[in-house]
Write a protein of this length. Structure first.
Length: 289
């Protein structure tokens, strides 16, 4: 949970800009990544860069906690029950952990996106609780909170899978090939080797970059579907396939399906680096090695 919160707070301003660009908010749609980063504080003050971050923290603590815990549990089950080991069990366990965490915390993500998309002076939602009430009453009850779940689950499987897989593989290869150069004894157990902090950050960053490239078009699809009723073209984005087709036909690959990817690298690489590094440090702090 702590790992998730540290990671997301580090990159919260980039998250806000990404949502504004992905869904072509009319105040910022003519701008690029860096010009939007400069424009948001001018229009909405510096706290505007952190809009929706309260909802993000409420979501990300259980999300991070469930994901990391589920990964460790699934890894054990896959190894013992199915007899699958090597690097493949990391990929499978990571995908399953990501899907589990997403399903458990999806309504909070929905509310966070709605709050982050709002611009000062045009508020439809007054806060987290108000947004929950509005979505529940105006958008079909409980099912309204799960709009866009399908592309999220489909996108999360490769994202979380490749993220855990890449980090775990780099870590095990690094410690096996160059233990003195890359590793050091764990603070809570000198018999266990862990990666040095800067190496941890590097491995986490590489894992984030690879995972993000593979799953990004589904992330764009998810955001479009989540924003649903807020967007003027919402009737064309009712299902995952419809939304993918619409974005591709209207905006193409680079300006549609991969719009905001450069920002996502800047956002995702440090985010994953901080997440994995904090997780490894917390394991030592809580004597889990």
């Amino acid at each position: 949970g702590v790992a998730g919160c540290c990671a997301k707070t580090t990159t919260a301003p980039l998250d806000r800009v990404k949502i504004l660009l992905q869904a072509h908010n009319h105040h910022y749609k003519h701008l690029g990544v860096f010009s939007t980063l400069c424009a948001v504080p001018k229009k909405e003050g510096y706290l505007g860069l952190y809009k929706g971050n309260g909802a993000m923290m409420i979501r990300i603590f259980p999300y991070g906690a469930i994901q990391f815990m589920a990964f460790d549990q699934y890894k054990k089950v896959i190894k013992k029950q199915l007899g699958i080991s090597g690097h493949v069990h990391r990929l499978m366990a990571g995908s399953m952990a990501g899907i589990t965490a997403v399903i458990c915390t999806y309504p909070l993500d929905m509310v966070r996106v709605r709050l982050a998309f709002q611009v000062k002076g045009e508020h439809k939602y007054m806060g987290i609780i108000h947004a929950f009430k509005m979505i529940y009453t105006k958008e079909g009850g409980f099912s309204g909170f799960y709009r866009g779940l399908m592309p999220t689950v489909v996108g999360m499987a490769p994202y979380a899978g490749f993220s855990f897989f890449t980090f775990g593989t780099l870590k095990s290869i690094g410690l096996a090939q160059a233990p003195n150069l890359l590793g050091r004894p764990s603070l809570d157990n000198p018999d266990v080797l862990v990666l040095k902090t800067h190496v941890n950050l590097l491995c986490g960053g590489i894992a984030g970059a690879i995972a993000q490239t593979i799953s990004y078009p589904l992330d764009v699809t998810r955001r479009r579907m989540q924003l649903g009723a807020v967007l003027p073209d919402s009737e064309k984005c009712l299902t995952m396939v419809q939304t993918l087709k619409y974005v591709y036909q209207e905006h193409g690959v680079r300006r549609g399906l991969y719009r905001g990817l450069s920002l996502n690298y800047i956002r995702c690489i440090p985010s994953q680096a901080v997440a994995f590094t904090t997780y490894e440090l917390m394991k030592q702090f809580l004597h889990l090695n």
